[in-house]
Design a protein around this ligand. Structure first.
Ligand code: ATP
Length: 213
């Protein structure tokens, strides 16, 4: 591994953050011995708008991350206009950390399978490694253009600043924000799928509770 500790990012809507995200980020931090930042998206391309606004999702992230310092938040996508293209986020991070520090883009295996549909997807590898998180029930084997492109990029561990694909096995937790929103919409309290701290302040989950009214 080249000198500096890797920086890894996990992007997502986090609408809301839950233990699936948090365990994946935590286990990636331990496996890669990395600093991991959660990067909330402002305008996710091809998706309906989030239930909670950006400030609300960040407040939930802060509550969820309290009491530890291995996982952080990076709000740069919220400060940018337009769609949150990952390639722009990686370019911006690379400019911040310099050319040598390893940078890892963490993606679920389902997202990885569809990587070739991302904006300027091949350029992602010039800025970062891709860390593929194993998620239950998700397609894993890349196909088509992606399969050919990554065939000789698989690596056991982070080596150099960018360009590899690293498989990161994580404890399967079949939790999704969609199911959490559905639970709120049905008038339930989906406790223990997301941190207790998120329930401590009544206002934090109010946008989701409103789905049930
Ligand atoms: P939604 O149900 O609204 O689509 P989600 O729970 O899948 O949301 P996202 O914000 O879309 O959450 O996910 C952000 C990132 O976290 C993605 O890379 C996704 O693959 C990953 N992720 C989400 N849930 C899990 C989980 N249970 N285990 C591992 N990774 C996860």
């Amino acid at each position: 591994m080249s000198g500096a500790r890797p920086l890894a990012i996990l992007g997502g809507t986090f609408d809301p953050i839950h233990h699936g995200h948090l365990r994946a980020a935590w286990e990636a931090a331990e496996t890669l011995d990395a600093e991991v930042r959660l990067v909330p998206a402002r305008t996710p391309p091809h998706r309906p708008p989030p239930v909670a606004d950006a400030a609300g999702r960040v407040a939930l992230l802060r509550a969820a991350l309290s009491g530890q310092d291995r996982l952080g938040i990076d709000t740069r996508e919220l400060d940018r206009d337009g769609p949150s293209y990952t390639v722009d986020t990686l370019a911006s991070l690379r400019a911040d950390i310099g050319p040598d520090r390893p940078l890892v883009l963490l993606v679920g295996s389902d997202a990885f399978a569809g990587l070739a549909s991302w904006h300027l997807w091949q350029e992602l590898f010039t800025f970062a490694h891709i860390g593929v998180l194993t998620r239950p029930g998700a397609a894993y084997e890349p196909s088509g253009a992606l399969a050919g492109f990554v065939a000789d990029r698989w690596a056991e561990r982070v080596h150099g600043p960018a360009g590899s694909v690293i498989d990161i096995a994580i404890t399967p937790l079949d939790i999704a924000a969609t199911a959490i929103r559905e639970s709120f919409a049905a008038g339930n309290e989906p406790r223990f799928l997301l941190p207790t701290a998120c329930f401590d302040d009544e206002a934090l989950l109010a946008p989701y509770r409103a789905l049930g009214r």
